[in-house]
Ligand binder design. Structure first.
Ligand SMILES: [Cu+2]
Length: 146
């Protein structure tokens, strides 16, 4: 009779009912610059894990320098300012998207063309690191999922 609960647990685990998921990244893409040597911009969705976290940097080994930015509109003018860190509450979703938060990648390797993988490294205040491969999108190409 002891076997039935164990089997139930296994079935629940297989169905994905195994508690909070680890923090992870999805839908990452990089808009390549329209002009040579211009900056590229990285976009992605960051899914919070079982505990709150603080994102302190996103970088790529195909770019020399990377900065987190936030775009804002005042009237018809749009501007952006660097952001030092982003809170990722447990179980929450933080979206970096055109017109909002983004990561600016400076001096991207010119060999990176549309469709190429762009490795991103996400670093958190507690030392946690996540790596994720974004996909490069040409300057004139449609954004993924649009
Ligand atoms: Cu920017």
């Amino acid at each position: 009779m002891m076997r039935i609960p164990a089997l139930l647990c296994l079935l629940l685990a297989l169905a994905g009912c195994d508690g909070p998921k680890e923090m992870h990244v999805s839908n990452a893409w990089v808009r390549l610059a329209a002009v040579p040597r211009g900056p590229a911009a990285a976009y992605f969705t960051l899914h919070g894990g079982p505990a709150d976290a603080t994102l302190i940097s996103v970088s790529s080994d195909v770019s020399i320098r990377a900065e987190m930015h936030e775009s804002m509109k005042s009237g018809s003018m749009s501007s952006m300012k660097p952001i030092e860190q982003v809170r990722v509450p447990a179980g929450d979703k933080i979206i970096f998207a055109p017109g909002g938060k983004h990561v600016m990648l400076f001096d991207v390797n010119p060999g990176i063309k549309s469709g190429a993988p762009v490795p991103l490294l996400f670093t958190f205040a507690d030392g946690q690191r996540i790596t994720y491969k974004a996909t490069a999108v040409g300057a004139g190409d449609a954004a993924p999922g649009s």
